[in-house]
Design a protein around this ligand. Structure first.
Ligand SMILES: Cc1ccc(-c2noc([C@H]3C[C@@H](O)CN3)n2)cc1F
Length: 329
């Protein structure tokens, strides 16, 4: 068995990717943010304060004949940008891309932080990280993919995120036609809950890869490519107008710049992010100053290969072999 779901950028800056998920009987369809950097499936619900839920599609367990309260269970999560949510837990049927898990922990939000309240295009997150990262207490719950893995043709999923176009999350199979190059595989470290890996080197503007390894995570829930300052500086030293903008909290440059590409080695292959994908968006509507898709990870303490990097590749999240595959697109 397999599953295949379309995913769409939430806005003109590809800030997030939205994937529709069916929950309950009859199906309640919610737009969720699939996040390989976390391991909770949580939703805006009938239990979310009305003022917070305004404008969001919500899940009502009371309207689902297959919903069951997970007695005594609660959850609470904080994301990299300090946004947070918490609540209680139901189990219900959850279908993604035509594949159903009959009893999935659906975490219902009784509290959500302002970032989520304001982000009305999504109704929650579907974590695709490792189960060890799940926050439900007193007993951690499995992710949707973990519950599905043993019934899928292969215990893996792929992410094919695109700039301003519809992409896909495929479960249980690899559609190699989505890639232009071979898939390079490298071990994945799931011990912290996310998909950790090491790139073997990098280069700017098509130069030869150096041998400076970069250890980080493959995170569909993060918009940017966040790397060490020395890498970020090596890149923007090639961009005449680049400068750090305090108010924007990042490097900005003239939108007219012809940005160099950024490449990294992984699993014996090279992934090249075209410069165009590193020009993320004008800092404000109509501005001729643009915000960089590559920024510093110094304040986070971990390197994050977010959507800016993932958009250049077909990425295989192979749970069965605890490995990540990257193929140029
Ligand atoms: C409003 C909002 C805030 C944060 C996030 C969010 N989702 O995934 C992540 C990254 C960071 C790390 O926590 C795990 N993956 N961040 C989504 C939102 F819609």
């Amino acid at each position: 068995q397999t599953g295949s779901a379309n995913t769409n950028p939430s806005d003109s800056a590809d800030d997030e990717y939205i994937t529709n998920v069916s929950i309950g009987t009859p199906a309640q369809v919610l737009p969720l943010d699939f996040d390989t950097g976390s391991s909770d499936l949580w939703v805006f619900s009938s239990e979310t304060p009305k003022s917070s839920a305004s404008g969001h599609v919500t899940y009502s367990p009371s309207k689902s004949s297959t919903a069951k309260k997970l007695s005594g269970a609660s959850w609470s999560i904080t994301y990299g940008d300090h946004s947070s949510s918490s609540g209680d837990v139901y189990t219900d049927k959850v279908t993604v891309g035509g594949f159903s898990v009959s009893s999935q922990a659906v975490e219902s939000a009784t509290k959500v932080s302002t970032q989520f309240v304001q982000d009305t295009v999504i109704s929650g997150l579907l974590g695709l990280g490792f189960d060890v990262g799940n926050t439900v207490k007193p007993r951690a719950q499995k992710t949707w993919f973990s519950n599905a893995a043993n019934s899928l043709a292969q215990p893996l999923f792929t992410a094919d995120l695109k700039h301003q176009q519809t992409g896909s999350y495929n479960f249980g199979f690899i559609d190699t036609t989505l890639a232009k190059g071979p898939i390079g595989y490298t071990p994945a470290d799931g011990s912290e809950g996310y998909w950790g890996f090491t790139a073997t080197g990098y280069s700017v503007g098509g130069a030869k890869l150096n041998r400076n390894s970069i250890t980080g995570i493959a995170d569909t829930g993060t918009t940017l490519l966040l790397l060490d300052d020395d890498v970020v500086n090596a890149y923007y030293n090639n961009v005449e107008s680049a400068q750090y903008d305090d108010s924007q909290q990042g490097v900005v440059f003239d939108c007219s710049e012809d940005l160099p590409s950024f490449s990294f080695g992984v699993g014996g292959t090279t992934i090249t992010i075209p410069g165009s994908l590193i020009n993320l968006t004008p800092v404000s509507d109509g501005s001729s100053t643009c915000f960089g898709g590559l920024q510093s990870s110094a304040d986070i303490g971990i390197n994050i290969f977010g959507d800016v990097a993932l958009k250049a590749a077909l990425v295989v999240f192979d749970l069965g072999n605890e490995r990540l595959g990257w193929a140029q697109k």
